[in-house]
Design a protein around this ligand. Structure first.
Ligand code: CA
Length: 227
């Protein structure tokens, strides 16, 4: 798991990153909105965002609104000293998934983060659609429009991973790690092979797999497509 902490208090950043090391959660720290925008320039890199509202160069709520225009899915947990109901309601309306008022107990934050990660895993679970493409995890098949695609089990898994992140980027290491968690050991070049096979199967549809060299893969919707 890779999280982005957008927070100007270095003590919180240090404590959280030490605390989460033991759980295998990696924390990247941005102390300003400007640093956060730079970190978020590469879409789909983070599994979760922790967002403070009072930042030296502006209001975290503005960043949240910007983010939600392009990325409705990445879970966002707002951390703030503002405990007015109106602030909380505004945060949730703008697309925050949860809200924790400072000072908070680290155990409570852990539990809430676990809950968000679990929920994002589940909502992205059984059935996902993107353009003409439908991935039916519960039926073990994927289709383009109403036509079932002929996929090997690994191609099916790779496609599911790409779809669950779409339109965000799926980093190559995430793809390889996720497949090895499912006991489907693959290496770098095998990943390329699955991607190029999937790309061929998607020809003629409105969904394309883009390769972002050095980063990973991304499903994109073609406006001029068939849908
Ligand atoms: Ca602050």
């Amino acid at each position: 798991m890779l999280m982005l902490l957008i927070e100007d208090d270095p003590t919180i950043a240090r404590e959280l990153s030490l605390r989460w090391q033991g759980r295998g959660w990696q924390l990247q720290w941005a102390a300003t909105l400007c640093a956060a925008r730079a970190a978020l320039a590469q879409p789909g890199l983070f599994d979760l965002l922790l967002l403070d509202l009072g930042l030296p160069d502006g209001n975290g709520m503005d960043l949240l609104a910007e983010l939600r225009r392009s990325d409705p899915r990445t879970p966002v947990m707002v951390l703030t000293a503002r405990d007015q109901v109106a602030d909380r309601v505004q945060g949730l309306r703008q697309g925050a998934d949860d809200y924790l008022v400072k000072p908070f107990a680290a155990e409570e934050l852990d539990a809430r983060v676990e809950g968000l990660l679990r929920r994002s895993g589940q909502t992205l679970g059984a059935r996902v659609s993107f353009g003409d493409l439908h991935w039916l995890g519960d039926e073990g098949r994927a289709c383009l429009g109403d036509q079932t695609l002929e996929l090997s089990p690994r191609e099916f898994e790779v496609l599911g991973l790409l779809l669950r992140r779409a339109p965000r980027l799926c980093p190559k290491r995430v793809l390889i790690e996720a497949l090895s968690e499912r006991n489907l050991e693959i290496n770098d070049s095998a990943a390329e092979v699955y991607i190029s096979r999937l790309r061929r199967r998607l020809l003629g549809s409105n969904v394309t797999i883009r390769t972002l060299r050095g980063f990973g893969y991304q499903l994109t919707l073609d406006d001029g497509g068939t849908a």
